[in-house]
Design a protein around this ligand. Structure first.
Ligand code: SAH
Length: 367
């Protein structure tokens, strides 16, 4: 067998973690194989966590050899694994020599949620988010997005089962549209992870045109980072609001849930002391959401170095919740998990080489 042709350079080989089912079918067609091989290989890779073609015993030896020559299964590399006192786990993953991303697993009774990143860094410059501080480096590939799930399953072994995936890590998923959509297709594909559309949630700060396109190509559940009930305040907290103001965003949310009887939109609202947490804000929020099937998820602000924001007091959060409840809105409070290992919402930083630096806004009430 040592007369076999020299293997292609690794860089020229295709990473099979980059391909969803149609992509893998196309790959097999190209190499003169039947497209149904795609289902078999997806099962090996994603259901059984196999990273080695030799283990794929229902493929012929010749096909395994062909795969070895042309393809690899290359997930991101774990460089640091941490575990919180509350059981939350966080992995720092190297995706290239200058970029590291973070992935978080949150165990709860009866379910396990994996929070994954869609970009190295983030360009949106939300004033209360630590990912924003490091600027934006680049979009992640499908392999790097779905690879976080692949790696987390391997790392967890039988110590945790991933029942839900949320695209709520680093980055704005709708600014990495194609890769994110392909990755969510794999998450929901019965030959891969087989998660139902209720268990895959994409969180966005509201890129309106992309939100409309998303509704056409996938059925993931939608979460929207709202954080303010009026444009003036939201322009400050979530600067992309200047481009896609609230009225347009809410209309797009209605269109998204209007299709095929989707469920509600989850609106995330970070509780910032004295900034967006008064009864007047709560009443404005009720009015804003009065015509969209929604539930509100109140997120206690998670602090990070050099921020002037503080989390709202428990009393303010309670009062805010009461006003939403009295108006008939579903409102839940997100429990902060993994705070001791900086794994909570808005604390993921990884390590990225920024190509653009976000505008730093250290003073919430500043100019
Ligand atoms: N860019 C997407 C995905 C990130 S999701 C989005 O904006 O939705 C992460 C969630 O945590 C968002 O709702 C974000 O606004 C929120 N968040 C960011 N920083 C936070 C902080 N310091 N404390 C609590 N929540 C924060």
């Amino acid at each position: 067998m040592n007369s076999a042709p020299a293997a292609a350079e690794p860089a020229a080989r295709i990473n099979l973690l980059d391909l969803d089912r149609p992509g893998l079918e196309g790959f097999f067609r190209e190499i003169g194989e039947k497209p149904f091989r795609a289902g078999q290989v997806l099962q090996w890779i994603h259901q059984r966590g196999v990273g080695d073609f030799d283990a794929m015993t229902n493929l012929s030896k010749a096909l395994r050899e062909a795969l070895r020559e042309r393809a690899v299964i290359r997930p991101p590399e774990v460089v640091l694994a941490q575990q919180s006192a509350d059981g939350t786990r966080k992995w720092l993953m190297q995706v290239d020599p200058t970029n590291r991303i973070e992935t978080v697993f949150i165990p709860e009774p009866g379910r396990g949620t994996l929070c994954i990143s869609s970009q190295a860094g983030c360009a949106l410059a939300c004033s209360f988010c630590s990912t924003a501080r490091q600027g934006y480096s680049r979009n992640l590939s499908v392999a790097e997005i779905v690879g976080q799930l692949w790696v987390a399953r391997r790392e967890l072994g039988d110590q945790g089962r991933i029942t839900n995936v949320v695209l709520m890590g680093m980055g704005e998923p709708l600014l990495n549209f194609d890769a994110v959509v392909a990755a969510t297709h794999l998450m929901m594909d019965d030959f891969a992870y087989g998660l139902s559309k209720r268990r895959v949630t994409l969180s966005t700060s509201g890129i309106v045109p992309a939100l409309d396109r998303l509704g056409e190509v996938t059925e993931v559940s939608l979460a929207v980072s709202l954080h303010a009930p009026n444009d003036e305040l939201r322009n400050e907290l979530v600067p992309v609001n200047r481009k896609y103001p609230l009225r347009e965003l809410i209309e797009a949310c209605k269109r998204y849930v209007g299709r095929e009887n989707r469920r509600k939109v989850t609106f995330e609202y970070v509780m910032l002391d004295g900034v967006n947490d008064t009864p007047a804000h709560a009443r404005a929020l009720v009015r804003l959401l009065s015509h969209v099937p929604s539930k509100v998820n109140l997120i206690p602000f998670n602090p990070f170095p050099n921020t002037d924001y503080r989390c709202s007091t428990p009393e303010a959060i309670e009062r805010f919740t009461q006003i939403l409840h009295q108006a008939g809105l579903i409102a839940t409070r997100r429990k902060t998990r993994g705070g001791d290992i900086d794994a909570a919402c808005g604390q993921l930083v990884g390590e990225v080489r920024a190509r653009s630096r976000s505008h730093l806004r250290l003073h919430p009430a500043g100019p």
